[in-house]
Write a protein that binds this ligand. Structure first.
Ligand code: ZN
Length: 629
């Protein structure tokens, strides 16, 4: 038996948190973009949706969309979209039948799409405290208790049981009920991610083990799980599966679930990670090559898994991983106006067009920007990224201790040590290193504020009561005891430029949580218009095949953040350095060719090169070959 004392944290509730500054602006752009328009332009979540009682799509897409739309509308106080989200919620709450099952009748046999809707209802309950939600949960879990004995979980439902356990645990915490029997049955039916993480079986890209075309020629899609462990090496399932051990830790103490989690994360990053924090999977695990793809759904689902893991294990380093994804991989794969997205992004992405590429099993539109490139899951699911990030910013350790974990401009109004406290986090982080915590209201001498010091940061400056201190990273948190209106605590995380090494020893440039990429001149070509929404190809009109100097210094220029935070036109930070063209490094199969092993021997004239935040680029080199001068 594991007796390890796990340190839990609790997320704050949606109504306690507000986005501010650039983050609020980013969320407004999202609502002005496709999140605000999707109901009108995309039938899958439109007025015929099965989740409104219609004859249209009745599986995961409606719930996916709501999982982002509902909290976004709430945070922005956008009544029109809040009412739209509530129409789906109302229909769902009224849809439960005598057995306890709910949702569109045509998909009643499906379990998985219900898990997503339960996550939506959790958010709705946080905001409205509508008791019908708990009633629906109670009925559905009674239904499952019987039903899964007769009709066990399979396929997507089986692979994603972690998300159902998250909902069951939430319900138990609300009501004090203990549904251990249900959790135990689900554990016995689930795809066992513990086994995967303890001895990670996929250390190479999927095509090393399987040929998709050959499998398709010989087998039904429904038998793919048996013949190629389809669900286990599916990238979105894996990023969702990271939460599975953490969710089990709420019900069972038979294993060290924290250690299992870390082994899984470490292996997945080691064999499939790229500099942006994302994991390569062009549908299935794809290895570390920066020309392979990472799916948008996997980026937002990975962020959410990490949030649930912070709650379960109280770990700030999971917050660092969220920052890397949210401030790099997420903005890079959606256009600045939030009207088009990719299915797959490449860390080294030099051409985004309709063409065959070395993906495992996605189509030739996968890296185009559009309404529904390759497959529409990301069109429905991408909306959760920014609004869910808000819940990773602030956590409660106990009733008097508040933790500022992931850093972004925001404010919180909450009860601490029995007092109402309002704290504003003023910052332009991650672009700049200074954060000011201003206590706007309250007096709580017993309250404690703990500020996570990101793992990359070796020195900080803390300012409090007019005094400045420079500290080494001897602790994980800055701890402030006692909060009262008028207090100001400033923290500056020293953001040195760092170099990290990846596939073929390629070099990435990082500063704070941001990864920097070559600023390639882009030419955009609209190639199709559906319901007023354009699909685009992006072509490079400046060279990209640079190696970067390992030892020449980079100059940093910080600019003001414009109305588009992750703007290519007006990047908030620009680094300039030197590179040399590597003539033999060319396009292969429409992507940047295999990156030469570094260090490279290179002649030629050094040129000035400009790097901007990865999130501001749509074409780029992020993992460079390097040379030593
Ligand atoms: Zn997707």
């Amino acid at each position: 038996m594991c007796t390890k004392n796990i340190k839990r944290l609790k997320c704050c509730r949606i109504p306690e948190i507000r986005p501010e500054g650039w983050l609020k602006r980013q969320m407004e752009i999202q609502m002005e973009g496709l999140t605000g328009k999707l109901y009108q332009v995309w039938d899958c979540v439109g007025s015929y949706s099965g989740w409104l009682g219609g004859t249209g799509e009745n599986w995961e897409r409606g719930p996916y969309y709501l999982d982002g739309l509902l909290p976004l509308a709430w945070y922005l106080k956008d009544e029109e979209h809040w009412e739209l989200a509530c129409r789906f919620v109302e229909w769902t709450l009224e849809s439960a039948d005598a057995s306890g099952n709910f949702g569109p009748v045509a998909s009643r046999q499906d379990y998985w799409s219900r898990f997503v809707m339960l996550k939506v209802l959790i958010q709705y309950y946080e905001i409205k405290e509508d008791e019908r939600v708990l009633k629906l949960f109670s009925g559905y879990f009674s239904y499952l208790q019987e039903e899964i004995l007769k009709r066990p979980m399979t396929q997507w439902s089986k692979a994603r049981i972690g998300d159902l356990l998250y909902c069951i645990n939430w319900y138990c915490q609300q009501t004090g009920e203990v549904l251990k029997e249900l959790a135990a049955e689900l554990k016995s039916q689930a795809l066992d991610w513990n086994e995967v993480f303890e001895d990670f079986p996929f250390v190479r890209p999927a095509e090393y083990y399987y040929s998709w075309d050959r499998l398709l020629a010989h087998y039904q899609k429904s038998s793919m799980d048996e013949v190629m462990k389809y669900h286990t090496n599916h990238i979105v399932n894996l990023t969702m599966g990271f939460k599975y051990p953490a969710m089990l830790s709420y019900f069972f103490d038979d294993r060290d679930y924290e250690e299992i989690t870390d082994r899984g994360l470490e292996a997945a990053e080691h064999f499939h990670g790229v500099a942006t924090g994302a994991l390569n999977g062009d549908e299935h695990l794809a290895g570390n090559n920066p020309s392979r793809g990472a799916e948008l759904c996997s980026v937002v689902e990975y962020m959410f898994s990490l949030q649930t893991m912070i709650e379960a294990f109280g770990r700030g380093d999971y917050g660092d991983k969220i920052e890397k994804l949210a401030y790099n991989a997420l903005p890079a794969t959606i256009t600045e106006d939030f009207m088009a997205h990719q299915y797959l992004q490449q860390a080294n992405q030099v051409l985004a067009n309709r063409a065959e590429r070395d993906w495992f099993n996605t189509n030739e539109e996968s890296n185009m920007f559009g309404l529904e490139p390759n497959f529409g899951c990301c069109t429905a699911n991408m909306h959760q990224g920014w609004p869910k990030l808000l819940k990773s910013l602030w956590f409660k350790e106990n009733e008097h201790t508040l933790v500022s974990m992931v850093h972004a401009p925001s404010s919180i109004v909450t009860q601490l040590a029995g007092e109402k406290v309002h704290i504003i986090e003023e910052t332009e982080y991650p672009f700049k290193n200074r954060i000011c915590y201003r206590v706007a209201e309250g007096e709580a001498p017993e309250a404690v504020l703990r500020i996570w010091i990101p793992g990359w940061c070796s020195h900080i400056r803390v300012g409090q009561e007019g005094k400045q201190r420079r500290l080494g990273r001897s602790e994980d948190y800055v701890t402030v005891r006692g909060l009262k209106a008028g207090d100001e605590i400033t923290v500056e995380f020293e953001m040195d430029i760092r170099q990290s090494h990846w596939f073929k020893d390629s070099l990435a440039v990082e500063r704070g949580p941001l990864v920097y990429a070559l600023n390639i001149k882009e030419q955009w070509k609209a190639v199709r218009k559906v319901a007023g929404v354009s699909d685009y190809e992006v072509y490079p009109i400046s060279p990209w095949n640079y190696a970067i100097s390992k030892n020449a210094p980079l100059a940093v220029a910080e600019n003001t953040i414009g109305r588009v935070p992750f703007s290519k036109q007006n990047p908030p930070v620009v680094l300039t350095g030197t590179g040399k063209r590597l003539e033999g490094w060319c396009l292969e199969h429409n992507s940047a060719g295999l990156i030469p092993k570094s260090p490279v021997e290179i002649q030629g004239k050094p040129e000035k090169i400009e790097l901007i935040p990865y999130g501001c680029t749509k074409l780029r080199i992020t993992q460079f070959p390097y040379y030593v001068e």
